[in-house]
Design a protein around this ligand. Structure first.
Ligand code: HEM
Length: 100
């Protein structure tokens, strides 16, 4: 929980990038993403959004207890990115994290 909270509050990668390969409308909006557009995924912004982490500026390892983790959508916490181009260091870091 300590390492997870450290990576939440101070993510070494504050954003990551994707390029749109298929036309897509963001659900619930009228925002069209055209093929070829570059998208910045705001990792730092998600990790500091009070919708997902109440009191985001406070260092609170309890943000990662089972109960609070289950309440958040999966992609509100992305220190290693996600999908086929996620961080290859993630597996090793997760093994270390599980020891804490
Ligand atoms: C706390 C440690 C680390 C953090 C927070 C971190 C974070 C990230 C993030 C956010 C990405 C972008 C993933 C995406 O866009 O989905 C990334 C990519 C990557 N990381 Fe890490 N990383 C860490 C450690 C490492 C280590 C130890 C290695 C090497 C052993 C590594 C190798 C890479 C590589 C090669 C990529 C590019 C993967 C690709 O484009 O397919 N990272 N990392």
């Amino acid at each position: 929980m300590l390492i997870s909270e450290t990576l939440r509050k101070h993510p070494p990668a504050s954003t990551t990038v994707r390029v749109v390969t298929k036309p897509y409308v963001i659900p619930g909006t009228s925002v069209n993403l055209d093929v070829g557009v570059t998208i910045l995924i705001p990792i730092y912004g998600l990790h500091h959004d009070p919708k997902y982490f109440p009191d985001p500026e406070v260092f609170n390892p309890e943000n990662f207890n089972d109960e609070l983790k289950a309440k958040r959508p999966n992609h509100s916490y992305l220190p290693f990115g996600d999908g086929p181009r996620n961080c290859i260091g993630k597996t090793e870091m997760c093994i270390i994290r599980n020891r804490h």
